[in-house]
Design a protein around this ligand. Sequence first.
Ligand code: ADP
Ligand code: MG
Length: 252
Amino acid sequence: MTLVQTNPLAQPLVEVRAVRHVYGNTGASGLLVLDNVDLTLSSNEIVGLLGRSGSGKSTLLRSIAGLIAPTQGVVDFPHGPSERKASVSMVFQSFALFPWLTVLQNVEVGLEAKRVPAEERRRRALAAIDLIGLDGFESAYPKELSGGMRQRVGLARALVVDPDVLLMDEPFSALDVLTAETLRTDLLDLWSERRMPIKSILIVTHNIEEAVLMCDRILVFSSNPGRVVAELKVDLPHPRNRLDPAFRALVE
Ligand code: ADP
Ligand code: MG
């Protein structure tokens, strides 16, 4: 029983090909962080990226998000909208919220670069806040919120632009175990009930259990330099599959 292979609608959304990244100069004193990384993200899948601290996972996510340009190789969006940044959103480990802005304003920031009219910006931000369970906290400031709620703001800000792909960089590792569990479950519910327009999630973690719990595929990353050295297909009826007709057909 392999769920991964029962995904007839899969189409590639992101293709990372032969990506190499060097910090500093490209000579002997530069720091080679990514070496020949290949990966494809397809629709209808959650992919985990599992690797040690310092192995280049954040660097890889930043290059997929277009925040840095890889030294060599390509990040391609074969089926995405022509504007790359419109199709990818990122959630950060440390939330990266603006402390001087309210929850609503922090979420609206996600739409600021897109010249969305103020009224629509507000409407979409409120919808994202509601979706992520922060209803009633619109006027709160980050310092008034718990870590879990701050990360919900980070998630709402990422979702407000309706991205195709959600890149999550250790999104739960700054949270206590119970809070992380709640947030993971809520995210998986939104995903399996298709209440977010997200087509694919790439989640970085160094928590094997989390990867097994959430992902359809796990890419194992080596350090020095970062490379994908193994791919594990997760063959468990994990939470997000409970509403999946393909899974039900297998077990019923
Ligand atoms: P991970 O997310 O897997 O912990 P990172 O991608 O953050 O790994 O970092 C990989 C390596 O690159 C580390 O050795 C880190 O110190 C280095 N590094 C990360 N960002 C920069 C930067 N902006 N300039 C120079 N070195 C960096
Ligand atoms: Mg990192």
